[in-house]
Design a protein around this ligand. Structure first.
Ligand code: NAP
Length: 525
């Protein structure tokens, strides 16, 4: 049930200031109104999280996995109310949100399985060598421990999978960290339903109430206060570049700076290699446009840049893509603000004197609808103006025509950090592609061949990250089980009495972990 409350541990609170959600399809406000959390609630939630930390971090893998599974069960049990509210608040269609719910639940269960397996602890034992010359080696045992309470900021474009119980929250819980969520103002009702599901799981699993708090609000001050609170030890964020950078600055200016794992902006270059472009440029175009316009293009992996060598084949691709785009319906965007930013970005490209408009999609027929846009420019113009490489969040893309492969390489080398890069290639392109790979690998977190970047698998090998500004820390990922590593830190115990060792490092190996002993992984029988 949606009450518009702030959830600080087990307590429900109101406040003196309120905000409402807006249905982007109608532009109208949606009931009920939501209490805005303020400094007092931030302080209470962080104090409770700090109080919960020791007990929650000490839970066994089985207990913690059970908690993640219970959250998944509780989200499933909300039923259709969750989908209906998310549709109303986001403008996203039912099928997309049902898929996103399945992904969110699957993600929680994947983390539960991973926690049970225990490899993330990276339990490592270098037994003592008392007779070693010239000096004996001490007994050294290392394990990964939770960093402390984590602040999570969800994104508007995934109201379930990147929000209250999304990948940041799931991975922080999996690592043993209490979580304080700053609710996204675009989907507060959806957020509250999920927050209640988590809170019920905390209680059902007998965990300390401060394991989770939910702070709804529509103000930069709220998020800033949360990141500044000394009890918060790391931040997970998905959203705008401006928002991510603002939080990075607050975190860095604290007396005790903390890491911010922000996933921000990416234009996801697609490179059309010459043989593939010549052989199948036209049939590729509809698939490209589908990837570009899906969900009104509101994906962090949306293909916002297409790079190819100028000539008849690229012209045929552009023509076919333009025709496909011209038939694409305008689609409701997530918020009036995102729609306004999209229109502004498209208008800037359309009026740029070095940019040609290849095609626009069908015009809008209702509020906040995105009319797709495809542009073309040449490599020299692209390289001369950094603004042409900035993200326009939505279904907008720029084709960059290059003189030759060397210029393709130059364009890639000039790009900012990206989440993905895609190579469309045939066998005859592989030798040329091999020369681009090292340049691409320096720029991105994931390189795809012959696919489209939208669609991010939640798995063990996935990297949804990349150098700045794709993220604030290109050494990690916000999707997949590796995301847990962001909220863990290694601690080494030297010559500790056996009775003081954590279970993961105890001689009896009570959690039946695979452990690296003197450099060799030993699996329990
Ligand atoms: P957003 O505006 O950055 O908001 C994300 C969260 O951060 C919200 O809870 C917001 O709450 C908070 N926030 C934003 N700026 C802040 C600041 N200066 N200080 C403290 N808190 C701040 O992101 P969004 O609404 O999800 O999407 C808007 C834009 O983000 C899009 O146009 C797109 O460019 C980008 N985006 C990128 C990705 C990606 O993965 N690359 C995904 C989604 C969106 P308050 O507004 O209440 O402060």
């Amino acid at each position: 049930m949606i009450k518009g409350s702030i959830l600080v541990g087990a307590k429900e609170m109101g406040s003196g200031s309120f905000f409402t959600a807006v249905d982007p399809a109608t532009g109208e406000q949606i009931e009920p109104r939501f209490a805005s959390a303020g400094a007092a609630e931030v302080a209470s939630a962080c104090a409770l999280a700090e109080g919960a930390f020791a007990d929650f971090a000490a839970t066994t893998p089985e207990a913690r996995a059970g908690f993640l599974d219970t959250i998944a069960d509780n989200i499933a049990a909300i039923g259709d109310d969750l989908i209906v509210r998310a549709m109303q608040e986001s403008g996203l269609p039912r099928a997309r949100l049902e898929g996103e719910r399945a992904r969110t639940i699957g993600q929680l269960r994947l983390f539960a399985t991973t926690v049970r397996q225990g490899d993330w602890l990276d339990a490592t034992i270098d037994p003592e060598l008392p007779d070693r010359q010239p000096l004996p080696r001490p007994d050294l045992r290392r394990v990964n421990l939770a960093v402390g309470p984590v602040a999570v900021f969800g994104a508007s474009n995934f109201p379930l999978a990147f929000s209250v119980a999304g990948g940041d929250t799931a991975s922080a819980f999996a690592a043993g960290c209490p979580v304080v969520v700053k609710g996204h103002p675009a989907h507060p009702g959806t957020g509250e339903l999920v927050a209640r599901a988590i809170r019920d799981a905390v209680s059902a699993c007998g965990l300390p109430e401060g394991t989770f708090s939910y702070l709804p609000g529509a103000s930069n001050e709220l998020g800033g206060a949360l990141v500044a609170d000394p009890r918060i030890k790391a931040v997970g964020f998905t959203g705008s570049r401006a928002g991510g950078i603002a939080l990075m600055k607050i975190a860095a200016a604290r007396p005790e700076p903390i890491p911010v794992y922000a996933e921000m902006s990416s234009i996801n270059p697609v490179v059309l290699m010459p043989a593939a472009l010549a052989a199948r440029g036209e049939p590729l175009a509809p698939a490209f446009v589908q990837s570009l316009t899906m969900g009104a293009g509101q994906f962090c992996t949306n293909p916002g840049l297409v790079i190819g060598i100028a000539g008849a084949a690229l012209d045929r691709f552009a023509k076919a893509a333009g025709e496909a785009l011209a038939g694409s319906q305008a689609t409701t965007m997530l918020t009036p603000g995102i729609h306004a930013a999209f229109d502004k970005g498209v208008a800037a490209l359309a009026s740029h004197d070095k940019v040609e408009t290849v095609a626009r999609g069908c015009p809008a027929s209702g509020p906040n609808q995105a009319q797709g846009a495809l542009f073309q420019t040449d490599a020299a113009s692209f390289l001369a103006d950094a603004a042409l490489g900035h993200e326009v969040f939505g279904s907008s893309s720029v084709i960059v025509a290059c003189r030759d492969l060397a210029e393709v390489r130059q364009v890639i080398a000039g790009l900012e950090g990206q989440l993905t890069a895609t190579l469309i290639l045939d066998e005859a392109d592989e030798a040329d592609a091999a020369t681009l790979l090292p340049v691409l690998a320096r720029k991105v977190g994931r390189i795809l061949a012959n696919g489209w970047p939208t669609g991010v698998e939640v798995s063990h090998a996935m990297v949804h990250g990349g150098p700045f500004p794709a993220t604030s820390d290109g050494r990690t990922t916000s999707v997949g089980t590796l995301a847990m590593a962001r909220f863990l830190r290694p601690v080494c115990f030297q010559n500790l009495p056996a009775g003081l060792l954590p279970p993961a490092l105890a001689e009896a190996n009570p959690w039946h972990l695979a452990r690296r002993i003197d450099g060799t992984v030993a699996r329990p029988a």
